[in-house]
Design a protein around this ligand. Structure first.
Ligand SMILES: NC(=O)c1ccc[n+]([C@@H]2O[C@H](COP(=O)([O-])OP(=O)(O)OC[C@H]3O[C@@H](n4cnc5c(N)ncnc54)[C@H](OP(=O)(O)O)[C@@H]3O)[C@@H](O)[C@H]2O)c1
Length: 259
């Protein structure tokens, strides 16, 4: 069954101008979903939309929105009010690298707005229609660093724990409404993320196609999934070691491979 057959309507993807979000857009269009694509770089969204429309014959609208802006929802609802959004992908996000005390405070609070507040606002808004129709799906982007407190990306790691907790708890709440929730947790994946965060994708980066494959395989079956075999093993560490030891290891690895 294709996504279109299962969920119908439109999929809304945040952060579709690059990386994992762009790959979601490509994959969903190939499954004949109509798309609403959100990001700040509209020219990139428009180019992607033109490519996908001519390739797959789907409808696509693009919306320029800064998810760190308090009023970002208005621009999105102006475009979506007559559309049945049946899949929401809360993908947009960014990180940073370095000691918290030396970090830029505005950047830190924007990370929380984009990675946490925006998914709360969007999910709260679009769930209402899904619940009325008794059909839909919400995907959150967590991360391997959401499984344990990770020094030198402390705030980012905390936002990803938020995404994981929010998605898993919602999975339970929404089961009775026939709405699927999946938290997709990649480890280091080659995208623009590393340049923006000033870090690296680590010793064995995955690619966006592998990451989105993992999501497609588990949507509707699991509440959360870690992408990649090695990442799965690392994510289990906090369950077998003390929390203190886990944080020490995370800090050491972070320093060695990512700073
Ligand atoms: N790459 C990794 O190693 C990795 C690992 C674990 C989890 N993740 C998660 O995966 C998600 C996607 O990241 P990625 O790796 O694909 O990064 P990316 O290539 O840098 O793409 C990030 C996307 O988010 C959008 N975005 C960032 N800030 C925004 C804002 N203020 N308003 C609207 N859109 C914004 C960007 O669009 P504009 O700049 O055009 O606005 C871009 O489309 C993120 O949630 C990230 O935390 C990534």
């Amino acid at each position: 069954m294709t996504l279109k057959e299962k969920y119908g309507g439109w999929a809304l993807i945040t952060g579709a101008s690059a990386g994992i979000g762009e790959e979601f857009a490509k994959r969903f269009a190939s499954e004949k979903m109509n798309l609403v694509l959100i990001a700040r770089r509209k020219e990139r969204l428009d180019k992607l939309a033109a490519d996908l429309k001519s390739k797959h014959g789907v409808e696509i609208v693009t919306v320029q929105a800064d998810l760190a802006d308090e009023k970002f929802l208005t621009g999105i609802t102006n475009i979506t009010f007559e559309k049945e959004i049946s899949i929401l992908v809360n993908n947009a996000g960014f990180g940073y690298n370095g000691e918290f005390v030396n970090s830029d405070l505005r950047n830190q609070t924007d990370i929380i707005k984009v990675n946490c507040i925006a998914p709360v606002v969007l999910t709260h808004h679009f769930l209402k229609g899904m619940i009325e129709r008794k059909n839909g799906a919400v995907i959150f982007l967590g991360s391997l660093v959401g499984y344990q407190p990770t020094p030198f990306t402390t705030v980012y790691s905390s936002t990803k724990a938020f995404n994981l907790f929010m998605g898993e708890a919602l999975w339970y709440e929404l089961r009775r409404h026939n709405i699927d929730v999946l938290v997709l947790n990649p480890g280091g994946t080659s995208t623009e993320f590393q340049k923006i965060a000033g870090t690296s994708a680590g010793p064995a980066p995955r690619n966006v196609s592998q990451v989105v494959d993992t999501a497609m395989k588990h949507l509707g079956k699991k509440m959360s999934v870690v992408d990649g075999a090695m990442n799965k093993i690392i994510s289990a560490m906090p369950r077998i070691m003390t929390r203190k030891f886990t944080v020490r290891i995370a800090g050491t690895i972070r320093k060695k491979y990512f700073t």
